[in-house]
Design a protein around this ligand. Structure first.
Ligand code: FNR
Length: 362
């Protein structure tokens, strides 16, 4: 029998062993030189922790809230596409695992299971991630279905007016399955011109004209809170608050869109300062350890989303693998909190992290 993976890196290795190359590359790859993909992780490594000692850490409470919803920990399942590449049960397995860990899941627009099936499979807290298509009625229909089936917020992804150039998918000629939630809604002819299906599909569907005024349109069709995912600058964070967003996700799409976009952890503070507490700021990209979660919280994130590690867990061991990944990150965060002398999430402050900037200034 194979040993249990002891960290996310080992889950990644396991996923690589079991998945066909085309699917592993789709999950793991990034845009162009994959510089941003690597930097997301490297930038975390350049931040050190400032532990405080002789604090009673006999009880650690990782619980927190988001938009009024209680969460067991500040670790959230990020929206990622096509979980059926990893496991036949796809997003249903992921949702069940998230529910078992009392973890919020954001279901991707590019889900390979119907949102109705995901909703009825378990009782988890769930948000719905949206892309706005050229055919607005497709997106509007999806929003209405998400609302009806108990999704509590819309996470609008705003960093994808066009698809980033993912060279591994192009080389592999990635085959895109029918996206379950779009059945009957889209009449798109995916014609591969030597690239990946995904690229051809995205260029026919995504609306590159989407801009700030369109958020009004989205608000007019739903009463759910709207979170904007894919903000990397103070300027856009301020605009997001002005137009009434209920939250912001500092994200570069896991390095899959604009290569040389900055590592998310390196711009988190800029965004947090600009927003000055008006709405919760979340972060994703490169979170692979409990210490990464802790660093993001110390720099002002309310919570983090985790993308690829969930897919590694799903590929390695289905629903149980996703549970193991979530529990592993939660366990690592709990230990980090104990070793840093922060028994609750509110105890984690800016002073518990030391950035490169701090080292230069001191
Ligand atoms: C994504 N991501 C993504 N984001 C989104 O808004 N809608 C989507 O459909 C997808 N699909 C998707 C597929 C795959 C395979 C990956 C890896 C990522 C981006 C995702 O939500 C998140 O921003 C990143 O995954 C975070 O980076 P890490 O945790 O993977 O490093």
């Amino acid at each position: 029998m194979e040993d249990e993976p002891v960290n996310i890196r080992e889950f990644e290795e396991r996923a690589k062993q079991v998945l066909p190359k085309m699917f592993f590359d789709y999950y793991n790859g990034g845009a162009e030189d994959e510089h941003t993909l690597r930097e997301n992780m490297e930038a975390f490594k350049r931040i050190m922790l400032r532990p405080r000692i002789l604090v009673d850490v006999s009880k650690i409470d990782m619980s927190t809230t988001l938009l009024g919803y209680k969460m067991q920990s500040p670790i959230i399942v990020a929206p990622t596409g096509i979980h059926k590449y990893a496991h036949p049960e796809g997003e249903v397995a992921t949702a069940r695992a998230a529910a078992a860990c009392n973890t919020l899941m954001v279901l991707s627009f590019s889900s390979s299971r119907k949102l109705e099936d995901v909703a009825s499979s378990c009782n988890s807290l769930r948000f719905y991630q949206l892309y706005v298509y050229k055919n607005r009625e497709v997106s509007a229909t999806l929003v209405r279905r998400a609302e009806k089936y108990g999704f509590k917020a819309i996470v609008l992804t705003v960093d994808t007016p066009r698809l980033g150039r993912r060279e591994k998918d192009i080389k592999n000629k990635l085959i895109l399955p029918q996206l379950s939630n779009l059945e009957g809604l889209l009449n798109v002819d995916v014609e591969q011109k030597g690239g990946s299906d995904l690229e051809a599909f995205a260029s026919q569907t995504l609306d590159p004209s989407l801009c700030w005024k369109d958020i009004e349109w989205l608000r007019s069709i739903t009463s759910l809170p709207i979170i904007l995912k894919g903000i990397l600058t103070a300027e856009d964070a301020v605009k997001a608050v002005e137009i009434g967003a209920s939250g912001i996700v500092v994200s570069n799409h896991g390095g899959r869109q604009l290569d040389y976009a900055p590592a998310t952890i390196s711009v988190l503070e800029e965004v947090v300062k600009a927003v000055s507490g008006a709405v919760p700021v979340l972060l994703d990209g490169g979170v692979r350890r409990g210490t990464d979660v802790f660093k993001a919280l110390a720099l002002g994130a309310k919570a983090v989303l985790v993308g690829r590690p969930i897919l590694y867990g799903l590929a390695a061991k289905g629903e149980n693998g996703v549970k193991s990944v979530i529990k592993m990150l939660q366990g690592e965060l709990e230990l980090t909190m104990a070793l840093c002398g922060t028994p609750s999430i509110n105890d984690i402050t800016r002073k518990h992290a030391q950035t490169e900037g701090d080292r230069i200034r001191s």
